[in-house]
Design a protein around this ligand. Sequence first.
Ligand SMILES: [Zn+2]
Length: 392
Amino acid sequence: MIRMPFGVLFALLIGLSSYGNNSHEHFRSLFLAENFLALGDDLFSVPANEQTLTEAFGRYDQLLLMLRVNFGIPENKAHELVSEADFAKMTLHELCTRVPGDASANFKKLVTMSIPNKDVSNFEMRQIYVLQEDIRTIWLKNLSKDQLAKVYRNYFETDPAENWKEIHISLSAPYLTGEHRWRYELFLEIAQRKYQAKIKSFLSIHRDKIGQTPVIASELTAIDGIDLTASMFEDNKAKESSKLNTSKNAALEHIFDWASQNGKEIRIHAFEGANTGPFYDMLETVLSSYRRPVKIRIGHIGYLTKEWLERMKKNSFLNVTFDVNAASNYWLQSRKTADLIEIIKMIHHYGYSTHLGSDGRGILPKSSYLDQVRTLRTHGFKYMCHKFYLPK
Ligand SMILES: [Zn+2]
């Protein structure tokens, strides 16, 4: 029998001939737990004052949630393991040592989503996801240059399906203009020079802060666009209203102008958990009235409707594409793959293209490019990807 690499076999099966990518990612969510574990004895070398439980979890009940869901430790036992008094002074390293099991394996549970049992609500999953992002941020912002390089290299070297051939990634301002800039530059250097990965970078701007971003720093000319983020909890209407009541259409138009004038792209985190609310009122106005050519990427399709597609189609100045993050929408928003497939078909019917993204490659199970194509196929949908890379 002729032995064929999995990727080639898979590509033949699905009849595609280009390469895979991750068109929707956030820097802190990209790395796999194993990439951090590759640090070996240095895994917990982050300064103790940076890795306190209060820094990582904020509140004691958030720690209890993490221990219950990801470690299977019920609340009464969790109290015995880590009291509120302990919480105020313990580090994550001490936590990983105190919780039963190997400390590295426990760290993995802190940064990667366990397959949840049915008692875990969707809202709790999202809360845990955010905690995991925060713990990852502590590591990424405190590891030394050599340690970071090891994490980065391990990411590129341990993924047999090379989901990283092209990554469209967003980062907060400190990674692009601030004190942590070298951490991203090191990533770029390793990704592009050593592994020939194509990286597109977006400055992430929290959705409720767009009104506070009147000037986009000149150092940002090298980025590919802006990512309006933070739609994960948008189904909580009351919270959305209070966050957005100070936002103005002009602030969003300003970002559109920046993109239009500089030939950049705007990734808009929308339709992840809702399609109405104050943010959508603003989006509707600007998408309908903007009169300069501008490249828009809609970050999610979970709650996209025909009405919104009609609206976008009517404005010929908009060049729109859509990110499909089926695994993320399944784990964090309970969106069924079958429903997402219908929405993908609807988008294609309107003549728009879609791209697969992980939106949490390192955190969410089955979120890689190949995993998602496979899941879509299992549901009877032959997703014709934009590009498909054949691993050597
Ligand atoms: Zn995202």
